[in-house]
Design a protein around this ligand. Structure first.
Ligand code: ZN
Length: 256
């Protein structure tokens, strides 16, 4: 099944450290290719918990050098290569992440150093690295497969230049750490998500990567507000939630 599963939906250090929301990143299955994207702390545990087999991974991706996005990269490389015994799969990380990966792991797989504007193929899936702004330096990813385009914003501030890269998405996952009214140049809030939804018009917008204050406000309530204001279907991510890319139906939305 072509799908996107959320192995973690938390953002910010306090949510990470309490595991109030998990931090395992996203698991994508597109045209038979399995990706883990931004495997933060606990990604291996969450993958197993949600019935995913990391031994069948084809690609490990990390968007930037923050712990909640790259912590379990080496663990996932070991799983993908069956304990580094088989040279299989691809490791694709933003240039800022490279120094955090041991030589031992780096030399055990095919690697790609990703920067804004770059692209590569994994099986039949075309992956573009798209820009982010005002954050630590990093990228988002845009996956083009037979089911359409799935776009992941990565951590970014709001900028029209970035939003252009979200156009034509069937599914757009936006790392929306803050609720409405909490302004930050480095991360998106719900007001930014309304702007982005209005411009990019994805078939399904998923807000994700929630901070403490966002969780207090209620991501589901914020998602409803974006739908009302932008006229786009919006869902708040939940740990263990899966989106079926055939019909964009959602399983496990109630969380665990
Ligand atoms: Zn983050």
């Amino acid at each position: 099944m072509d799908s996107v599963t959320f192995l973690g939906t938390g953002g910010g250090r306090f949510v990470l450290l309490t595991q109030r929301r998990f931090s395992g990143g996203l698991w994508l299955e597109l045209d038979g290719v399995r990706f883990i994207l931004d495997p933060g702390p606990g990604a291996l545990v969450r993958a197993l918990q949600f019935g995913k087999d990391p031994g069948r991974l084809d690609c490990v991706l990390a968007s930037h050098k923050h712990l909640d996005h790259y912590n379990d990269v080496e663990v996932m490389v070991e799983a993908m290569t069956h304990g580094l015994n088989r040279r299989k799969g691809l490791l694709a990380v933003h240039e800022g992440v490279v120094e955090y990966i041991s030589d031992y792991h780096w030399n055990s797989v095919e690697t790609i150093v990703v920067s804004e504007g770059g692209s590569f193929e994994v099986g039949d899936v075309h992956v573009d690295a798209i820009p982010t702004v005002n954050h630590v330096g990093g990228v988002g990813f845009r996956f083009a497969c037979s089911r359409g385009v799935v776009t992941y914003s990565g951590d970014t501030g709001y900028d029209k230049r970035v939003v252009r890269h979200y156009g034509g998405s069937r599914v757009l996952v936006l790392n929306t750490i803050f609720a409405s009214g909490t302004r930050s140049p480095t991360h998106l809030n719900t007001d930014d998500a309304v702007e982005i939804a209005s411009q990019a018009k994805p078939e399904l917008l998923i807000i994700n990567h929630f901070g403490v204050r966002m969780l207090r406000e209620g991501p589901e309530k914020e998602a409803e507000r974006i739908t009302e204001e932008a006229g786009v279907r919006v869902v708040a991510s939940a740990d263990g939630m899966t989106v079926d890319l055939e019909d964009l139906s959602i399983m496990g939305q109630g969380g665990i």
